[in-house]
Design a binder for this molecule. Structure first.
Ligand SMILES: NC(=O)c1ccc[n+]([C@@H]2O[C@H](COP(=O)([O-])OP(=O)(O)OC[C@H]3O[C@@H](n4cnc5c(N)ncnc54)[C@H](OP(=O)(O)O)[C@@H]3O)[C@@H](O)[C@H]2O)c1
Length: 425
């Protein structure tokens, strides 16, 4: 019998309880032993929960779950990089209990310390549910691709943003309208900023990059841009360029170091990532021997996330033990961030005054930064005497591109700061 304690009985916690009860027999058969929920904890004991908690002990303080006698595994499903969730996790590992968590914020911030703690106490730290919900991407990268040198990992890792961008593209909704629709469908948190400003994707990308390159998660060097500035016009221009706009997290190791960025990105229609619509997630990994591999599925929600948590529990019951990030924590490298030294193709949308010489001024700035123009698109005259103009570039240095945007934003004929998106090939 594997005895577990669950801290946090919200969307995911209740889903885990339901799954363990509903599929108890097959889980016991696959795990080689029954899995028993011994204790649970949340903030409010009297709250009505969407799961059966009969014959389970309620513990008021989740930090005390680890010290209960007979508990083998603590499942942390509270959330947040600090506070109670962190204490629950640390207490569990220090007490010699295995820890399963869905908490990307905690792992992106303290993953290495927790992995060290797990190793020194000879227990497992597992986090399949922390990235892309029901998609088994952690196991795939840590185990299935273990023999590969990973070249790059790219992902649509936030269902809320993907839903918003999909609706803006297919129905011409403004960002605000699409956000409201996502909220009505229950896809967003009460405060949607972590999703739409890219921070949720950044947490997940930092974990994927750590697994891909055997490195410590380095959240601080992820360059992050959200989707607030995207307009339906960008989706139309992207369409004209045979692309789709996706909030992409990209990590790759180049001679310049570790490149990690999150931002709305033009993805060619021919890329499998361009076909991922609505609230779905997808991760595309390129291994030197496996080649390209894409996994897609539900990136959030009670059932898919519970599926990932329970997969970790079954692995533990089977006695499967692996270093949390694929190699022992002491061997994780500290990679030099590539920051803005990498090269990429860009899409730049500008709202310009419809006057002679404007395009010449923009071209001169780009020429001075050694950026060459690939195409220039313009859409009709507007009543406000300013028109949208889009320039796409050939490969350009990221730092030079940002410098050019600053200079272009300062031109008297430019109405608002240009909107800059990377183009992924
Ligand atoms: N929701 C998803 O689709 C999803 C997907 C992947 C990963 N995750 C991750 O899974 C974790 C849980 O997410 P969730 O969506 O299930 O969150 P949630 O619905 O807000 O549930 C959080 C739970 O934690 C409890 N809690 C909060 N503060 C507490 C405290 N100080 N002491 C004791 N209990 C406390 C709450 O108790 P009460 O119920 O009593 O208020 C609630 O049961 C997070 O790390 C999240 O990032 C979520």
């Amino acid at each position: 019998m594997l005895n577990i304690a669950i801290a946090g009985l919200g969307i995911v916690g209740a889903g885990v309880v339901r799954l363990l009860r509903q599929n108890a027999e097959l889980i016991a058969a696959r795990a080689g032993q029954p899995v028993a929920i011994k204790a649970v904890s949340g903030r409010d004991k009297n709250k009505k929960r969407d799961c059966d908690l009969s014959s389970v002990d309620w513990i008021d303080d989740p930090r005390k779950l680890a010290s209960m006698p007979g508990i083998d595994v603590v499942i942390e499903l509270i959330g947040g990089a600090e506070g109670v969730a962190r204490e629950v996790a640390e207490n569990a590992l220090k007490a010699g209990k295995h820890l399963v968590t869905a908490n990307k914020a905690l792992l992106a911030a303290h993953g290495v310390a927790l992995a060290r703690m797990a190793e020194s106490n000879k227990v497992q730290l597992s986090f399949e549910a922390a990235v892309a919900g029901g998609i088994p991407i952690i196991k795939t990268m840590r185990e299935g691709l273990a023999g590969n040198r990973v070249v790059s990992v790219q992902g649509i890792l936030n269902g809320t943003c993907n839903y918003i961008l999909t609706r803006m593209g297919e129905a011409g909704l403004s960002f605000e309208e699409a956000l409201r629709e996502a909220q009505q469908r229950g896809y967003t948190e009460a405060d949607p900023s972590a999703d739409i400003d890219g921070h949720d994707t950044a947490n997940k990308l930092a974990l994927l990059a750590a697994l891909a390159f055997g490195a410590e998660p380095d959240l601080a060097s992820v360059q992050i841009e959200g989707i607030r500035r995207i307009t339906p016009l960008d989706l139309q221009f992207a369409h004209d360029l045979d692309c789709r706009v996706k909030l992409l997290g990209v990590a790759r190791l180049t001679s310049a170091g570790l490149e990690q960025h999150v931002g709305p990105t033009l993805v060619p229609q021919t890329s499998p990532l361009a076909q991922i619509d609505g609230a779905l997630n997808a991760v595309l990994v390129r291994g030197d021997f496996a080649g390209d591999l894409m996994l897609e599925g539900a990136g959030a929600g009670a059932e898919p996330t519970a599926s990932a948590v329970v997969a970790d529990i079954i692995d533990l019951a089977r006695g499967h033990r692996v270093p949390a990030f694929g190699v022992p924590a002491a061997q994780l490298k500290k990679l030099t961030p590539a920051h803005a030294t990498y090269t990429a193709r860009y899409y730049m949308r500008m709202q310009v005054m419809d006057k002679p010489g404007v395009v010449a001024d923009i071209s001169a700035i780009l020429r001075d930064e050694a950026i060459s123009i690939e195409s220039l698109l313009q859409r009709g005259k507007s009543a406000t005497e300013s028109v949208p103009v889009v320039i796409t570039t050939h490969g350009a240095n990221a730092k030079s591109m940002r410098k050019a945007v600053d200079k272009i934003a300062g031109l008297a004929t430019i109405v608002e700061r240009p909107c800059l998106l990377q183009i992924e090939d």
